[in-house]
Ligand binder design. Structure first.
Ligand SMILES: Nc1nc2c(ncn2[C@@H]2O[C@H](COP(=O)(O)OP(=O)(O)OP(=O)(O)O)[C@@H](O)[C@H]2O)c(=O)[nH]1
Ligand SMILES: [Mg+2]
Length: 179
């Protein structure tokens, strides 16, 4: 779906829950988005700007914005924040060196006024790789248990096979219908 069409559906269509997919470059954000849409791994290129697609689960419509994660693009993330209900933070679970950077980006977002009411789904991606950190290690490093002002959930996954993605989407769906 084109970006304009997606936007128009968001404005005039049935209730649509806005999702932003963020995380550092190479985390697997675009691979996850297209796995949701097509149930298969597609070849991705680094995202410059964003991709937007509609994903539907059991009559719940999500408008998902997949935003480029390169350092120079991270300053643009805030232009996508308004009306966001869900932040999907994607982490390359093998990328130990940059987990601190991810942590900083996460807490910056959580402190942002426009994201005050947003829920956070963290995908610990690339669980297929043998040196990947577990969800427990990542939770501890990000001190997720200290986050009291946003509902959050962490889910291990592999975007190449799709394993774990539906569980994450189901968590969003249950929150979207609870609100
Ligand atoms: N082994 C493995 N590789 C993955 C997985 N998910 C994504 N990749 C690979 O990681 C690379 C980056 O994936 P993208 O989806 O393009 O990453 P991105 O987060 O969209 O990156 P930017 O658009 O630059 O922000 C690609 O080569 C993917 O095939 C996974 O679960 N396991
Ligand atoms: Mg991308």
């Amino acid at each position: 779906m084109g970006q304009l069409m997606a936007k128009l559906m968001g404005i005039f269509g049935k209730q649509e829950h806005k999702v932003i997919i963020v995380g550092l470059d190479n985390a697997g954000k675009s691979t996850i988005l297209y796995q949701f849409l097509m149930n298969e791994a597609v070849h991705t290129c680094p995202t410059i700007g964003s991709n937007v697609e509609e994903v539907v689960l059991r009559k719940t419509h999500f408008l998902m914005w997949d935003i480029g994660g390169q350092e120079a693009l991270r300053t643009t993330w805030n232009t996508y924040f308004s009306n966001t209900e869900f932040i999907v933070l994607v982490i390359d679970s093998t990328d130990r060196d940059r987990l601190l950077t991810t942590r900083e980006e996460l807490y910056k977002m959580l402190a942002h006024e426009a994201l005050r009411d947003a829920s956070v789904l963290i995908f610990a991606n690339k669980q297929d790789l043998k040196d990947s950190m577990t969800t427990v290690e990542i939770s501890q490093f990000l001190t997720l248990s200290a986050i009291k002002d946003h509902p959050w959930h962490i889910q291990g996954c592999c975007a190449l096979t799709g394993e774990g993605l539906l569980a994450g989407l189901q968590w969003m769906q249950s929150r979207a219908t609870a609100n």
